[in-house]
Design a protein around this ligand. Structure first.
Ligand code: BG6
Length: 478
């Protein structure tokens, strides 16, 4: 088998998000965030997006898996020791905004929350692991959603600025890799998770959505500038949900449609955050949807000055598009679907598996932006079985990851500047889209189930030992 040569210092590791693993609900004065009001079950996102949803917890009616997560809040030492055993160079995690500013709009940061992440970062460093921190990963304070309408409000930029200044100053000696908004472009299809508001009437979709994006772009630029000033040796990136869009066939109408979808979904946010300006193609869209933004004096200059150092992105699948499609042809995917691709197989959740698509993505992103890239999410959500002897033989996961790592190796040979790879859910955690524990991504199994039962015991899967070898050989042994 061909072996690949990853650059020296390649950042191998795993990725998580606070709301999907920490638990510690309400502990250390933590306030309520969006994930806290998300019930378990496949309908969780539609419940959250229902116009009039009150963002309150109803334990009589629902089970809330994120409240306990996998209890990383209390078990982080054990988990970090396991990451270290695999040889992780980096660990991607997020800071829960509501641990630092429980309601989002306080003037002073919450010391207990700050102290918790000090302990986590110290523990990581004890094991030689660098944290890669997402500042906002689908964890907006509920108070900002209810009282301010999420990112539609300009005031939220000020609150965010306060939050980033607090964490940059506090962790300036401990965190050198940052990212602003997780999968920022997801707000285009699901404003509630990324932008913190739900669409009440279809006609209100356009201007509020893009106004909220504008506020996030300003906030991102503020964060980049503050990071560079407070931690000059740090790197700060954006984070995009990337799924290359293929045309279903060679019909030019479908090719054009795929191109439009690609630009709109994959490139709009990156163009602003990496190039520092709104792309020309968005003007037509704004015009056709009567979108008029309130752009204040100085905003565009700020966006120009606050461009990111690298692009972090998630890659799970590609998307195949056709201008006119019937429901029968639809495929499922990470927030966005498309039509079924006859050349690809899908996971048990209908997410099409396409390692070549990762090589395509890396090349497309690098061709467009020429900044370092970082694959900060990739992985296979699958059902795992614990055998009688306690082993978990997840060869399907190893196959998936191996093929994607090979695709990265090819892209590096193609000339792409790739910084690292953190596979998603390196330890089993709560699924963002379905709230299930049974949709597992980890190298480490957690005994926790969809009905909330389980001991939370950790077990090493077969993939644990495989990934350990991958890291030890810097990707040569796959
Ligand atoms: C990404 C998110 O979209 O996909 C993660 O950034 C999420 O938070 C991951 O968990 C996998 O999706 P899911 O729905 O399988 O958990």
């Amino acid at each position: 088998m061909k072996s690949y040569h990853f650059p020296e210092g390649f950042l191998w590791g795993g990725a998580t998000a606070a709301n999907q693993m920490e638990g510690g609900f309400g502990e250390g004065n933590k306030g309520l965030n969006i994930a806290d009001v998300l019930p378990g079950g496949k309908e969780r996102l539609s419940i959250l997006q229902t116009p009039g949803f009150n963002f309150e917890i109803d334990k009589e009616k629902y089970y809330y898996p994120n409240h306990e997560g996998i209890d990383f809040y209390h078990r982080y030492k054990e988990d970090i020791a396991l990451f270290a055993e695999m040889g992780f160079k980096v660990f991607r995690m997020s800071i829960a905004w509501t641990r630092i500013f429980p309601n989002g709009d306080e003037l002073e940061a919450n010391e207990e929350g700050l102290a918790f992440y000090d302990r986590v970062f110290d523990e990581l460093h004890k094991h030689g692991i660098e944290p890669v921190v997402t500042i906002s990963h689908y964890e907006m304070p509920v108070n900002l959603v209810k009282e301010y309408g999420g990112w539609r409000s300009r005031e939220v930029v000020t609150f965010f600025e306060r939050y980033v200044n607090a964490i940059f100053n506090r962790y300036k000696d401990k965190v050198k890799y940052w990212m602003t908004f997780n999968e920022i472009n997801s707000g285009l299809v699901m404003p509630i998770m990324g932008l913190g508001f739900s669409i009440q009437k279809e006609e209100d979709r356009y201007t509020p959505t893009f106004q909220a994006f504008h506020h996030q772009f300003v906030a991102s630029a503020i964060a980049v500038k503050a990071c560079h000033q407070i931690i000059p040796d740090a790197k700060i990136g954006c984070m995009i949900l990337y799924a290359p869009v293929y045309s279903y066939d060679s019909n030019p109408k479908n090719v054009m449609y795929a191109l439009q979808e690609e630009r709109f979904f994959n490139y709009f946010c990156g163009d602003v955050q990496v190039r520092g300006e709104y792309p020309a193609f968005i003007n037509r869209y704004f015009k056709e949807h009567n979108i008029e933004l309130d752009i204040r004096e100085g905003d565009l200059e700020l966006i120009k000055e606050g461009t990111v150092d690298y692009i972090g992105f998630s890659y799970y699948m590609s998307r195949t598009e056709k201008k006119e499609k019937s429901d029968l042809e639809n495929s499922q995917g990470n927030l966005i679907g498309g039509v079924k691709n006859p050349f690809l197989k899908a996971s048990d959740w209908g997410w099409e598996i396409d390692p070549e698509g990762l090589r395509i993505s890396l090349n497309q992103l690098y061709d467009r932006y020429q900044v370092p890239l970082f694959v900060v999410e990739n992985g296979l959500g699958a059902y795992d079985k614990v055998e009688e002897d306690g082993s978990i033989n997840d060869d399907y996961r190893i196959d998936y990851l191996r093929e994607h790592i090979k695709a990265m190796g090819e892209a590096i040979e193609d000339g792409v500047d790739l910084m690292g790879y953190t596979s998603w859910g390196c330890i089993d955690l709560v699924s963002a889209s379905s709230g299930e524990f049974s949709k597992r991504y980890g190298f480490i199994y957690v005994d926790k189930h969809d009905d909330g039962s389980g001991t939370l015991e950790r077990k090493k899967k077969k993939s644990f030992f495989w990934y350990k070898d991958v890291i030890a050989t810097n990707g040569e042994k796959l």
